[in-house]
Design a protein. Structure first.
Length: 421
């Protein structure tokens, strides 16, 4: 099939396929998109012969990792635009244009690689955004798209809580998404994909409207076995005083203002609330804590290195993550792996990750209703140690069974065979 010679002793349906991963963002030890690119590459190489097409600026950290921990069947192909074009990326003002031009150039590299080694299948991994084009779909081989996200939106009822900057961001994002959906290559990606993987049902709906025929919901987030083991060493805390925590960039869409208002409404005079992260909303959130009369209970730790941030997470009892549109939500997985129940809104990626056994998913009808329901969840978890313990243990099991990268890798590898056989 597809001109591949079956190796001696290996059945046709178990042979190694030649796979090209398009991973603009790919970095060992990274979280978010760089982590998706790296972990997908590492896991796929356990099952198939994998070439990863990524940016040249990822080379030093990847090469250093492979010197320490070589990986068989994994090859990297590096490409970047000329030095003059990198001007567009300064201050992230032109990263979208840079990415588009990178995709154009990367397609030429991918085409030459295909002629040289005979790729069986191409899989676009990063960027994890459905309205940004992947020119790798133009190769004459089966194309898997995703997981991709970005189809989620903040409910309009919550826009009144946003400052001017937040409202401009949401309006600009809606416009960018509309323009992206009308970009010809994005529509080709949808129609050529033999499988389109969507991080959430909101994104899945948009992919179907673009013409994708075989769409599945599949979260892009995951944790390595090492991370799960390290986070799992955290002991369940049993103190009377409960500590809540929110972790992330302090921007309007994270909904931390809802968490602070809920904490004040819950009336937990002996509890604490930690906020780990920094961003343009920090002063506004600090002012809100004073306004709500909880400033003495709230600690803003600022931006911390990832290991230190995970340490703070491990020192807390409950994660509060009321994000208004988030395709992933890595911190929810990290919290569950650490045995922390999660309180989130029933939106986007966290809604897929969190279950009623591992936390509380609050409906996002209006800000007032959401704050009230968040406060109820906070009171329940603060008063019931056994409930926190049960949810924490269930969270650990769920991450291990569904979100460990090795197990995610097995499922994607089987998807490859399903496509080609």
């Amino acid at each position: 099939m597809l001109g591949l010679k079956v190796e001696d002793g290996m059945s046709e349906d178990r042979r190694r396929l030649k796979v090209l991963l398009s991973a603009y963002a790919c970095e060992p030890g990274g979280g978010s998109e760089p982590g998706v690119g790296w972990n997908m590459a590492r896991e796929m190489a356990k099952h198939h012969e994998v070439w990863v097409l990524t940016r040249a600026n990822n080379r030093s950290v990847i090469d250093a990792e492979l010197v320490c921990r070589p990986i068989q069947n994994l090859h990297f192909v590096y490409f970047d635009l000329p030095r003059w074009a990198k001007w567009w990326k300064r201050g992230r003002r032109g990263v979208q244009l840079y990415y588009y031009l990178w995709q154009l150039g990367a397609y030429r590299v991918a085409r030459m690689l295909h002629h040289r080694v005979g790729i069986d299948l191409v899989h676009h991994v990063t960027f994890v955004n459905y309205w940004k084009p992947s020119f790798s779909a133009l190769l004459p081989v089966p194309f898997i798209w995703g997981p991709v996200g970005g189809g989620e939106s903040a409910p309009k009822a919550f826009w009144d809580d946003f400052g001017f900057r937040g409202k401009v961001y949401e309006a600009a994002r809606d416009l960018a998404r509309w323009l992206g959906e009308h970009e010809p290559v994005v529509r080709i990606d949808a129609r050529r994909s033999v499988r389109a993987l969507a991080t959430t049902e909101e994104t899945a709906t948009r992919l179907r409207k673009l013409g994708a025929k075989n769409v599945r919901t599949y979260p892009e987030s995951g944790l390595s076995e090492e991370e799960i083991e390290r986070l799992g060493r955290r002991k369940m805390r049993g103190e009377d005083s409960v500590r809540f925590v929110s972790v992330g960039t302090l921007v309007h869409l994270k909904g931390f203002h809802l968490g602070l208002r809920a904490f004040a409404q819950a009336g937990l005079s002996d509890a604490e609330y930690w906020v780990v992260g920094d961003g343009p909303e920090r002063q506004r959130l600090q002012a809100l804590a004073k306004e709500q009369g909880i400033a003495h209970q709230v600690t803003f730790w600022g931006r911390l290195p990832r290991e230190d941030a995970l340490g703070k997470l491990g020192d807390c009892h409950v994660l509060v993550h009321p994000t208004l549109h988030d395709s992933g939500g890595w911190v929810c997985l990290e919290a569950m792996a650490a045995g922390c129940p999660v309180i989130c809104l029933d939106l986007g990626g966290p809604s897929v990750q969190v279950t009623e056994e591992t936390g509380f998913k609050v409906p996002a009808g209006t800000p007032e209703q959401a704050v009230k329901d968040l406060a109820v969840a906070m009171r329940m978890l603060s008063k019931d140690h056994d409930l926190r313990t049960r949810m924490g243990e269930a969270g650990r099991r769920r991450v291990d069974e569904h979100f460990s990268w090795p197990k995610k890798g097995v499922r994607v590898a089987e998807l490859y065979r399903e496509v080609l056989l």
